[in-house]
Design a protein around this ligand. Structure first.
Ligand SMILES: [Zn+2]
Length: 461
């Protein structure tokens, strides 16, 4: 009888102990401090996600430690102004206003967000806790920006450049034209004598399809979302008349170009109907997709300026089409499409060697939709050039090229009626009028003058 009782006691002890050990192995909650990323400003919010089975938590507290004090931000008993959601069965998410607006005690400088979460496991035999913390930086002063260069003139469809000072030096800055932003780069990378890191340059454009009254400002924005804006610094904006042209297309042209472009362009699908329908798809949808691709190819531009002096135009060439020509396409006597031609068409003879218009790095050297065999050069600081319809390509992606170096030969690949070079200048990934970039006086006045004036102006104490 006693042996039987002892055996029972042993069994019960083992069972309870085993359960206790099993409970001990149960996972602790997993804490993720999702926001802020690093900087805290005037506005913004705090987001913390905690993963625990069934989202059941005994305790969840969030506090901010700064200058030796602890500011409570959240606890399950006193949620304050927080919103609690359960985006997933096992996730509890807390969001509350942060930044000076949400936490008035916040002071400039370093701070730490601390989170503690506890869940129960196996009949509360053993609770499992986890802690997480994140170093953040409170930046309450907005960045500052001051335009230094003078005489800024913008042609519709054309480019401009500005020299400015943005502080602190690591702040994201540039120029905003309407809702488009052009990044600024350290002026030292442009060859300015003064290499103060807060001195910046930005190339920007007023696109052919933007209104002449589009606001243009320089801005500086920190990670906390604080933003400073310059007042308007543009002296004048000039309208530029764009041409209109009518292009006749026939079946011979469609038979030559449409199937080949389709073959190289998996990004569009064909219904397998009439060639004219596929042509319209290429001229419209594919043209738009190509513009997006070109913008993304040139987005990772070098912060240093590779180019110098005027860009070279294809020598002895005849201009067949110019920038922002408005084209109406006619097929069998009917208007079937309208597009804007965002480059220059330059013709010499067949398979003429094509030279790099300036120094840079090759970012595309392959078929690119309606542009056929196409080379794109990044010249740095958001400036790029594109060469379309080539019959052959002599360079590859990553090659450093110098002005005058042969890129390949002209041809009629892609959407081309005959052998010619389609040349596009790009600023911030957007097509701009190349005529300015071909003009040595324009480069001298709009770029070099501003760099040397800024260098001279800032050299004084
Ligand atoms: Zn063209």
């Amino acid at each position: 009888m006693l042996r039987w009782l002892l055996a029972l006691i042993l069994l019960v002890t083992m069972a309870v102990g085993g359960a206790y050990v099993a409970a001990g192995r149960a996972v602790a909650p997993v804490i993720s401090i999702d926001r802020p990323e690093r900087l805290v400003g005037q506005q913004g919010d705090l987001q913390v996600s905690v993963t625990a089975p069934a989202g059941s938590l005994l305790e969840l507290t969030i506090a901010l430690e700064q200058n030796g004090a602890s500011i409570p931000l959240f606890s399950l008993d006193a949620p304050q102004s927080a919103t609690i959601t359960q985006p997933d069965a096992d996730i509890v998410r807390v969001v509350r206003p942060f930044g000076k607006a949400g936490v008035p005690e916040l002071a400039q400088g370093a701070a730490t967000v601390k989170v503690t979460a506890t869940r129960s496991s196996f009949l509360n035999l053993r609770n499992r806790s986890a802690e997480a913390s994140k170093e953040v930086r409170v930046r309450l002063e907005p960045p500052r920006i001051a335009v230094l260069s003078t005489h800024h003139y913008v042609n519709h469809g054309g480019s401009e450049m500005v020299v400015y000072r943005a502080t602190p030096a690591d702040v994201h800055s540039g120029v905003r034209v309407g809702d488009l932003e052009y990044a600024g780069f350290p002026a030292g990378g442009a060859g300015a004598a003064n290499t103060d890191p807060s001195l910046k340059v930005a190339f920007f454009a007023l696109l052919h399809d933007q209104d002449l009254k589009t606001p243009i400002v320089a801005f500086a924005r920190d990670e906390a979302g604080n933003e400073a804006r310059s007042s308007s610094f543009i002296d004048n904006v000039f309208p530029r008349p764009f041409k209109r042209s009518r292009i006749q297309i026939d079946d011979r042209f469609l038979e030559r170009v449409v199937p080949e472009i389709l073959e190289h362009s998996p990004e569009i699908t064909t219904a397998g109907g009439a060639l004219i329908d596929d042509f319209l798809k290429e001229n419209g949808e594919l043209r738009r997709l190509n513009a997006e691709k070109i913008a993304s190819l040139t987005a990772a531009t070098s912060p240093a300026r590779f180019w110098e002096g005027a860009f070279a135009q294809l020598g002895n060439s005849q201009v067949e089409a110019s920038f922002a020509d408005h084209r109406t396409y006619i097929y069998k006597g009917k208007d079937v499409d309208q597009q804007t031609h965002l480059g220059f068409d330059l013709a010499v003879t067949s398979a003429v060697p094509l030279a790099a218009s300036n120094n840079g790095v090759i970012v595309n050297a392959s078929w690119l939709g309606i542009y056929g065999n196409c080379v794109v050069i990044d010249h740095g600081m958001g400036v790029a050039s594109l060469y379309g319809h080539l019959s052959s390509i002599d360079v590859k992606v990553g090659d450093r090229v110098t002005k005058g170096q042969i890129l390949g030969r002209s041809g009629m690949t892609g959407l081309a009626g005959g052998d010619h070079l389609h040349f596009t200048m790009l600023v911030g990934g957007h097509p701009v009028n190349p005529v300015e970039w071909w003009d040595g006086h324009w480069i001298q006045d709009r770029v070099e003058r501003k760099l040397s004036e800024a260098g001279a102006a800032t050299a004084r104490p």
